[in-house]
Design a protein around this ligand. Structure first.
Ligand code: ADP
Length: 416
């Protein structure tokens, strides 16, 4: 298939990124109709104000709006209509820093990205190129892809691109007029490359070709390695190198160490690694579910610390549930007593019942009953996309994927 010739663009989010970026696209591409939509009526009214009292101050912006608005640039609150009509959709909604839960203080809250993506999937009636434009962590494009693929109607294709924004507030318009570079990333498929080309052609209306870099993603391979090792090797090497007794020689093997402290430290380290492994699993779950589980429903299959026991002491399921609770209950913390955990979770005795209407299944306990579960039936009852996080490498991931599940196995760099 030949690359799409983009003639209608929709931009979801009329903020600091979407507004100036898509206004400049409209100015520079008079043959493309650009509609910027936002749920915030006051913001849209301001963009449409007769005296150009636009909601964002950027030198040069009003000039751009004056030239393009009403010609091929429109501002509207009718998100669905603009999405339906567009060939290419920029998602540039807000991504505030999370205030609580996993990643609080530094992780991005992606629930606006998620709901915009779900909206696209719900209303689209033709193929779309969806461009992630918000300032978001790597992998967001993959989460968007998962949602779009799981919720689209038959015969409709979505190609997802990453097109990170480098503009600085205060110089947005001159940055957009003459960018140092435009970066576009896609999947390494022929459809992905075509979508890349379609967006590159839009920018090529005013940006010199050599400054438009289309990068076919090697991120998947890299993230698989990071996932498999669970570590940022630079950080580890850096931290270890600080210890003057070890220094840069820490990789040298020897006959073994003596003394008591080092041994004790190592034992502590093993315990900490185990704790870390559990919290890393919770983090994987939260990250994959769009960096937030607020308002979501998760089935945890298995509560004991291993199969064939009722013993829940130090059970991995409980640490993970604690992590999940801290995601949406600010008062919960790693020391939440077991009793209050039991109050916050509903305990049922059938896997099918546990999974009904849930977005994700988390497996933290090896459990013989997994063999007898009718996964097709479970899938049918779940919200889509339906995720399975296998913390025990116990399920047949391929079989589940064939049914339609998105499967993530801890310790493996599976694409989600
Ligand atoms: P940024 O600085 O990333 O552009 P802003 O907060 O300035 O972020 O703008 C983001 C805009 O996205 C806001 O005006 C918000 O109302 C809008 N928005 C968020 N979610 C949606 C959605 N699902 N549909 C339409 N607009 C949205």
């Amino acid at each position: 298939m030949a690359p799409v010739k983009v003639s209608k663009i929709c931009c979801i989010g009329a903020g600091y990124v979407g507004g100036p970026t898509c206004a400049v696209i409209a100015l520079k591409c008079p043959h493309i109709t650009v509609t910027i939509v936002d749920l915030n009526q006051a913001r849209i009214d301001a963009w449409n104000s007769p005296d150009f009292n636009v909601p964002i101050y950027e030198p040069g912006l009003v000039d751009v709006i004056r030239q393009a608005r009403g010609r091929n640039l429109f501002f509207s609150t009718d998100v669905d209509k603009a999405v339906r009509e567009a060939d290419l959709i920029f998602v540039s909604v807000n991504t505030p820093t999370k205030k609580s839960g996993v990643g609080a203080g530094f992780g991005a809250d992606l629930h606006y990205v998620e709901s915009a993506t779900r909206r696209i999937a719900a209303v689209a009636t033709s193929n779309k190129i969806v461009v992630e434009k918000s300032t978001v962590p790597c992998r967001t494009a993959e989460s968007m892809r998962t949602i779009l693929e799981a919720n689209s109607k038959p015969g409709i294709r979505f190609d997802i691109l990453s097109n990170p924004e480098f503009l600085a507030e205060g110089t947005a318009i001159s940055d957009l007029f003459a960018p140092d570079r435009v970066l576009i990333g896609s999947l390494q498929t022929s459809e992905g490359k075509d979508a890349c080309k379609a967006l590159a052609d839009v920018y090529a209306n005013w940006v010199p070709k050599e400054r438009i870099l289309t990068r076919i993603s090697s991120v998947n391979a890299l993230s698989a390695i990071c996932e498999a090792t669970g570590a940022n090797i630079d950080e580890v090497a850096h931290a270890v190198g600080f210890d003057s007794r070890i220094g840069p020689k820490f990789l040298r093997a020897s006959v073994g160490f003596g003394g008591s402290c080092f041994q004790k430290d190592i034992l502590n380290l093993v315990v900490e690694m185990n704790e870390y492994q559990k919290s890393r699993f919770s983090k994987t779950v939260v990250d994959t579910l769009f960096n937030t589980i607020t308002g979501k429903h998760i089935a945890v299959l298995g509560f004991a610390f291993k199969a064939d026991t009722g013993d829940t002491r130090e059970s991995a399921a409980i640490s993970i549930i604690r992590d999940f609770l801290s995601e949406h209950l600010q008062e919960a913390c790693p020391n939440t007593p077991l009793e209050s955990i039991k109050k916050s979770v509903t305990i049922v005795h059938s896997a099918l019942e546990a999974c009904k209407q849930k977005e994700a299944i988390v497996i933290a306990t090896e459990w013989k009953e997994f063999q007898s579960i009718d996964w097709e039936l479970v899938y049918g009852q779940m919200a889509k996309p339906a995720f399975v996080f296998d913390g025990r490498m116990i399920l047949d991931a391929e079989k589940l994927r064939k049914i339609g599940f998105t499967v993530k196995v801890i310790g493996r760099g599976d694409r989600v």
